[in-house]
Design a protein. Structure first.
Length: 117
């Protein structure tokens, strides 16, 4: 099993920034990639960004490209999501996920991000 613990959510005004963290523990040797997803009220969960476990191949949803940056600290087994120029439509519960090359097997508990206009 892999355990994921997110932190860093909160309330911010439009145009502001937040950094989310996701600390991974357990059988991390099985992890190939880690990602961030989000779910707004009344909407389906959607992909935000992902990165390979070795820190390469970052990839973003079009809606966040140029504003969000995913990165990884190898020493801390932690993945970050730096969110800049936040918009009210970024309001959602953000989830960290980890898995193999074809699917995401493990999920964190989620952290709320609220962007006020």
């Amino acid at each position: 099993q892999v355990q994921l613990v997110e932190s860093g959510g909160g309330l911010v005004q439009a145009g502001g920034s937040l950094r989310l963290s996701c600390a991974a523990s357990g059988r991390t040797f099985s992890v190939v990639r880690m990602g961030w997803f989000r779910q707004a009220p009344g909407k389906e969960r959607e992909f935000v960004a992902r990165i390979w476990w070795n820190g390469s191949n970052a990839y973003y949803a079009d809606s966040v490209k140029g504003r969000f940056t995913i990165s990884r600290d190898n020493a801390k087994n932690t993945v970050y999501l730096q969110m800049n120029s936040l918009k009210p439509e970024d309001t959602a519960v953000y989830y960290c996920s980890a898995g193999g090359p074809d699917n995401y097997n493990y999920w964190g508990q989620g952290t709320q991000v609220t962007v006020s206009s």
